[in-house]
Design a protein. Structure first.
Length: 285
């Protein structure tokens, strides 16, 4: 038997074993080792015991466990417990992705998109993003929205971009919320609606996305005839964004402060502190 045929039959046997485990249950003889190794790998990873995690994930991954394959890919990609090896990471991500593991599909799509560990192929990136997005993965939906918005790996289609951004935004993905706000503000793929832009900017800004905070503050400072001008909210969001050394936010904040009284600035500072207390960890410079 040739080496190629031997490898093929090993993979086939592993696939059949996993299929039996799924059909008959993890308690079936021969299945416990695969699932048990995976669980032990997870426990070791949580304890930062990368050496044990690598050993257990490799054992389960060779038994065709998609979660273990994806985890092994992560260890290789980040160089935890082993020297960083992007091509090896891509190999394990691919095996997991082909079994429907959405996290692996998204990461593999990203690797193809930027050409890390694999030859850059934006069409292949789109394929993996779509597979994960169709399963409801919010990160994949956001990525797919970006690809359609930019016309990267596919024909530019702002309406499709809005559809995918909305799916991700409704699942709480801040960059998708921000992108959707931009598209409503600029009329990309949708009718321009500033109030909708404010809504989505606010959701992203509340999660600590600096770009959304800066744009939201600017809208509150300047949109007199479209949304009510709100100096205090403008100050709050611009002050939060400016803490991250945003030059534009600092410039806009200075313009707002030029028309505020000392008492208003004090009130604005209070709003900033209250927001930080209500959203701990969301805004750490």
């Amino acid at each position: 038997m040739t080496k190629t045929m031997n490898t093929f039959f090993q993979k086939l046997l592993s696939a059949l074993l996993l299929a039996c485990c799924v059909a008959l249950g993890a308690g079936t003889p021969g299945c416990q080792n695969v699932e048990g190794d995976y669980e032990e790998g997870v426990t070791a990873l949580e304890a930062d015991d990368y050496e044990t995690a690598l050993k257990k994930f490799r054992s389960a991954a060779q038994g065709n466990h998609p979660g273990a394959q994806a985890a092994l890919g992560e260890l290789y990609f980040h160089g935890k417990g082993i020297q960083r090896n992007a091509p090896e990471a891509a190999k394990w991500y691919q095996l997991a992705a082909e079994q429907g593991n959405t996290d692996a599909q998204v990461t593999l799509g990203w690797m193809y998109n930027v050409g890390t560990g694999v030859a850059q192929d934006v069409v292949e990136a789109i394929k993996w993003f779509r597979l994960a997005a169709d399963q409801g993965h919010p990160g994949a939906q956001n990525n797919l929205g970006m690809m359609y918005r930019e016309g990267r790996g596919t024909e530019k289609d702002e309406e499709k971009a809005v559809v995918w951004f909305r799916m991700a935004a409704e699942q709480g993905i801040a960059p998708a919320q921000y992108a959707l706000g931009q598209m409503y503000l600029n009329g990309e793929g949708v009718k321009p609606r500033v109030e909708k832009a404010v809504l989505w900017y606010t959701r992203a800004a509340t999660q600590g996305l600096v770009e959304a905070q800066a744009d939201l503050g600017y809208l509150y400072a300047t949109r007199k005839n479209v949304i009510p001008q709100d100096t205090l909210n403008a100050y709050k969001w611009l002050a939060l964004a400016a803490q991250h050394d945003g030059k534009i936010a600092k410039r806009d904040l200075a313009n707002v402060m030029a028309n505020m009284s000392p008492d208003q600035i004090k009130e604005g500072d209070q709003l900033v502190q209250e927001w930080k207390q209500e959203h701990p960890g969301k805004q750490d410079p």
